[in-house]
Design a protein around this ligand. Structure first.
Ligand code: DQA
Length: 162
């Protein structure tokens, strides 16, 4: 009797979530701009969505540019994609942009606020050209929309290859 070849079970996708400087204070910091939801609240909603989508999250926040670069570097080959709110480093950090390029992973850039309705210095992102796309202006929901978009992209890549 012919034996059916067994396909290996698909490993769940792994996503690294990165929060840049001062996002640890979200909920207390400028609530008129960033809302009352804390980072822990946003992460709880993200984890719930990750379970629903069947993906695994690794979450990292730092106020230090070097620590963020180190974390992105160590993601190379370890995760499938990056969801990143680079916060103020969005507008200044060539180092974060280079780290994302070096990681060679699809990245989605998210922001709580609509940076284009704010000061001019926030209108330019050094990260956007190396990201797959940007989602901004929806508060904590930006992260959830970003996670959905990243997972859909990864699933599309998988089925395109298989
Ligand atoms: C932010 C926007 C940035 O301009 C700012 O420096 C932040 C937060 C946002 O999520 O809206 O810290 O990334």
């Amino acid at each position: 009797m012919a034996t059916r070849s067994r396909r290996p079970a698909l490993q769940p996708r792994r996503i690294l979530v990165i929060h840049g400087p001062n996002l640890n204070l979200v909920g207390k910091r400028e609530p008129a701009v960033y809302g009352n939801e804390t980072l822990a609240d946003i992460e709880a909603r993200l984890s719930e969505l990750a379970d629903e989508l069947g993906v695994k999250l690794e979450i990292f926040q730092s106020n230090s540019e070097g620590a963020l670069v180190d974390r992105i570097q160590s993601a190379r080959g370890q995760v499938d994609g990056i969801l990143i709110n680079p916060a103020a480093y969005t507008h200044t950090s060539i180092a974060l942009r280079d780290a994302l390029l070096a990681a060679g992973l699809p990245a989605v850039e998210v922001h709580l606020s609509n940076v284009h309705r704010r000061e001019e210095f926030r209108h330019h992102s050094l990260i956007a050209p190396v990201a797959v796309g940007q989602i901004l202006g929806f508060g904590g929901e930006s992260y959830l929309l970003g996670l959905r978009a990243l997972v859909a992209l990864l699933r599309g890549q998988r089925s395109a290859r298989s």
